[in-house]
Ligand binder design. Structure first.
Ligand code: ADP
Length: 586
């Protein structure tokens, strides 16, 4: 129950209203304890009448009064119930939206490292628990306290009217609670496990959906299906054991209750036999006993689902407990203009790994220059960019902008100064216009069109069925590689950043498409500082500085000419590999 309580404490703003709903439902529940009493009074009056211990006139008057009381009570209950349900519903809406928003805000604030190690499906599964948890909370607030009060009053009445049965109930009812709690704690590990499995299955499905083209191209459906089936089987087994335990516990409890009710009926019959009870008393005691057993069932069910809800709540609390690992310093100031960027002996290992992805990297570039990053795959080029964008902080060393550590600037201002065109262009499943406009919220339609024109994207966009309003599909699947690149260039142009970060596409574009992309890129780089992850050396011959990385270390640094002059350099070797001959002259 710890996690459920944590969730409740997360929404303190509604605690007062929640207490009011609980109190209201308790009152409602209590009113129903009056009903067996009214029944008793009615039966007693009729019994007196039939045994001629009361005048018909008097009996009629009494019955009319009792019927009016009964009708008034029922009517009041209906109205009150309605008012309470309205309150509870509006409170539920608020609670659910607040929690959802909190999940979204938490996710939006988390640093990149979280996203690099988390499955989408798992996040979605945890997020979806918000509804079931809050539904349960309201079920609890609306019914449980009322039920408990009802039990309390019922047992007290029984203790007065039929002490033996009262005592029996005093043992049986708490036993119901005790047994339910015990069952919950016994099946908790199974529940935790199947929730985890559902998270993994959802993750697998979402990965398959978003990577369908890859799955198909490797004919990987069978393999992914097998993985899903294995998970499903594991889920099935876990669920079966859990349900079995739950059912057996339920049967045991029902047997105990059945024995208790039978014993009560026996005791009442005996007492009646001895003439110690009126007919009304018999009815009262029997109705009370039965209603106690009926009232205890929803409560034990709530306790039982509490275990399930607590597991969900635990997963939600875990999700909400994630905090950004890269934080702005309390006195961070905005970065206004970039003159120099400098890496000073920067080393970095990804969290959870001890193998450094960058080691002792130092270099400097000035505004307006082009820096090219070259090196085999896995040499640390993307990592270097991630550190510059402050997705991560270096493990040691320092990155300085204008001579000052980047940790003294706000993250938002650093990223605002940078625009990226990455290899794997990520687009939202939205219109082209919104995908470009995303770079500058509030940008006018004209500005978006201009950017697209400059990026050589306007012509192909106009050829699409709905032009700028065309939906691009999940991750932009409806566009070709070159088209996506040009949309990304338009987006970067619209943003008009000081620094442009390019990760050249490795996948070959056709020559026309490549020419258009290259022209767009040239326009984008003009007058800006550019950092280019280069895969084809021919495109970076004009770079002011080339950083050759290997195994996270800077192996060589210089411009195209000077690097080629050293035939033993990795750069020269890579150049030979790509051009098929030993370079003689730059
Ligand atoms: P490049 O961009 O040059 O291909 P990367 O910067 O992506 O290389 O990777 C450098 C090294 O860091 C590689 O060994 C890679 O496996 C590792 N790496 C990259 N991203 C992560 C990550 N999120 N977590 C752990 N290791 C990573």
């Amino acid at each position: 129950m710890k996690s459920i309580w944590r969730i409740i404490t997360m929404i303190p703003e509604y605690r007062g209203r929640l207490a009011a709903v609980i109190a209201g439902s308790a009152l409602l529940g209590l009113s129903s304890t009056a009903i067996p009493y009214l029944f008793k009074a009615i039966v007693d009056t009729i019994a007196k009448l039939t045994s001629h211990r009361i005048e018909p006139e008097q009996a009629r008057a009494q019955l009319v009064e009792l019927l009016i009381a009964f009708a008034a009570l029922r009517f009041a209950v209906v109205i009150f119930n309605y008012l309470l349900a309205r309150q509870a519903d509006s409170l539920w809406l608020r609670t659910v939206s607040t929690l959802r928003q909190r999940v979204f805000d938490t996710m939006a604030a988390l640093s990149i490292d979280y996203y690099e190690r988390t499955r989408v499906g798992d996040v979605m599964d945890r997020y979806s628990t918000v509804t079931s948890i809050t539904m349960w909370l309201f079920q609890l607030s609306e019914g449980t306290l009322a039920g408990i009060l009802q039990l309390f009053f019922g047992i007290s009445l029984l203790l007065i009217k039929a002490p033996l049965i009262g005592a029996l109930m005093l043992v049986v009812i708490p036993f119901n609670f005790f047994a339910s709690f015990r069952t919950v704690s016994r099946i908790k590990p199974f529940r935790r496990n199947w929730h985890r499995l559902i998270g993994i299955m959802a993750g697998l499905l979402s990965e398959m959906v978003s990577q369908m083209a890859t799955v198909r191209s490797f004919a990987g459906e069978r393999a992914i299906k097998n993985r899903f089936e294995t998970l499903q089987r594991e889920w099935w087994d876990t669920r079966e054991v859990e349900m079995g335990l739950d059912q057996r516990a339920g049967v045991r409890l029902n047997l105990v209750n059945a024995v208790a009710v039978t014993a009560s009926v026996g005791v009442v019959s005996l007492e009646a036999f001895r003439g110690h009870m009126t007919v009304g008393d018999i009815l009262l005691v029997l109705t009370l006993t039965q209603s106690l057993i009926t009232a205890v069932q929803p409560i034990t069910r709530t306790i039982n689902t509490a275990g399930d809800v607590d597991t969900s709540a635990e997963r939600l609390v875990e999700l909400l407990a994630n905090a950004p690992t890269v934080l702005d310093a309390p006195d961070a100031r905005p970065l206004e203009h970039i003159d120099t960027i400098e890496f000073r002996n920067v080393s970095f290992a990804y969290p959870g790994t001890d193998h450094p992805s960058l080691e002792d990297v130092s270099f400097q570039i000035e505004a307006g220059k082009i820096l090219a990053l070259v090196g085999p795959s896995g040499s640390g080029k993307s990592t270097l960019i991630k550190l510059l964008m402050r997705f991560y902080d270096p493990t040691s060393g320092e990155i300085a902008i204008n001579g000052v550590d980047i940790r003294t600037y706000t993250q938002a201002s650093i990223r605002a100064a940078m625009g990226t065109v990455l290899q794997d262009v990520a687009l939202f499943n939205d219109t082209i216009e919104d995908n470009i406009g995303f770079a500058r919220p509030g940008a006018s339609r004209e500005a978006i069109r201009e950017a697209a024109e400059a990026a050589h994207a306007d012509a192909f966009i106009r050829g699409l069925p709905d032009e700028y309003m065309t939906l691009v599909g999940e991750r932009g699947v409806r566009l070709s590689g070159g088209e996506k690149q040009r949309v990304a260039i338009a987006r970067a142009l619209l943003r008009d950043p000081q620094i442009i970060i390019l990760d050249e596409a490795t996948s070959a574009l056709d020559s026309e498409s490549e020419r258009l992309v290259q022209e767009g890129l040239n326009r984008l780089m003009r007058g800006r500082t550019a950092i280019v992850i280069a895969h084809r050396l021919s495109t970076i011959a004009g770079a002011d500085r080339i950083l050759v990385l290997q195994h996270g270390r800077v192996l060589e640094i210089g411009d195209h000419g000077s690097l080629l002059k050293r035939p033993e350099s990795l750069y020269a070797k890579l150049h030979t590999l790509q051009h098929g001959r030993q370079p003689i002259e730059a």
